[in-house]
Design a binder for this molecule. Structure first.
Ligand SMILES: O=C(O)C/C=C/C(=O)C(=O)O
Length: 280
């Protein structure tokens, strides 16, 4: 199939129409989420967004992505979430989703994340991929997906919900940018050749104690399955992945709540380690 090559429509909208859904104005809902970053968590969005309203939830996410880009934030890539059965069970959902990553969400490997910047954060160990080529084909083959990847690297995603007590529906977390907040990339990027991303093990430690265990196969059967899902989904939406994009492919094991002072270390077979401290 021919590739889809059109620019994403990131224009904020005051009102939108969704297939089979009444026209409604989602900007106030998007603003509620934006304001929660500073004002603190809000109630679930059930009064305005049905828990199963996927189109509406992604529309809210798109309004905020456009808003933040308009404010000068730089898009760094995407996070894929809800790829591990363990995480789906933790959050009571049954399918993957995605959110935007901005450059200002990056925490240096070995660096610190000030707890004042977070609300109710949790850490998860993941494999990140950086693209060397655009993926514009909504049917791109597994070989084409792998060929578009420049390198893989160990990563930690710090997720955080703007919904009180993480009482999220699928629509809540999608609207809330996939509950994304911060990310750390290791400093040992590796080309895919020679990596065993299916059976590689993952160990995450807080303060030297093991808190989460997993393996590559926990991520939708293989982390590249998650990348393929995202590449197809975004190409079909006319927002293809681009060279240079950072892709967090999803947790390899359960997410774990952070407490100020935690020293977090993730080790992934073949990819080395990645660390940060949750403390001022
Ligand atoms: O993606 C979400 O909506 C919630 C966060 C999940 C993850 O980051 C993950 O499963 O890796």
């Amino acid at each position: 199939m021919a590739g889809i090559e059109c620019k994403p429509d990131l224009t904020p909208r005051r009102a939108r129409t969704y297939p089979g859904v009444m026209e409604k104005d989602l900007e106030p809902t998007a603003r509620r989420l934006r304001e929660a970053y500073a004002a603190g968590p809000i109630a679930p969005l059930r009064d305005v967004l049905d828990p199963t309203d996927i189109d509406g939830a992604y529309a809210v996410q798109a309004i905020n992505t456009a808003h933040w880009i308009g404010e000068g934030r730089r898009l760094a890539g995407r996070k894929i979430g809800l790829t591990a059965k363990a995480v789906q069970a933790q959050l009571g959902v049954d399918r993957p989703d995605f959110g935007a990553l901005f450059e200002d969400m990056r925490v240096a490997d070995g660096g610190r994340l000030d707890p004042a910047r977070a609300i109710q954060p949790k850490a998860e160990a993941e494999i990140a991929f950086v693209l060397g080529r655009d993926i514009t084909d909504a049917d791109a083959s597994p070989e084409a997906i792998a060929g578009a990847i420049d390198h893989a690297v160990a990563a930690i995603e710090i997720v955080d919900s703007r919904i009180a007590d993480w009482k999220i529906s699928f629509a809540d977390t999608v609207a809330d940018n996939g509950s994304s907040a911060f990310f750390v990339l290791g400093d040992d990027p590796k080309p895919l050749a020679g990596l065993d991303l299916y059976s590689c093990g993952m160990v995450m430690e807080f303060n030297g104690a093991v808190v989460s265990l997993g393996a590559g196969a926990a991520c939708l059967g293989h982390p590249l399955n998650a990348v393929q899902w995202l590449a197809h989904t975004l190409a079909a939406r006319g927002q293809p992945l681009r060279a240079g994009d950072i892709l967090l492919s999803g947790a390899l094991g359960p997410m774990v709540a952070l407490t100020p002072g935690d020293e977090v270390r993730t080790r992934i077979g073949g990819l080395g380690t990645c660390t940060f401290t949750y403390g001022a």
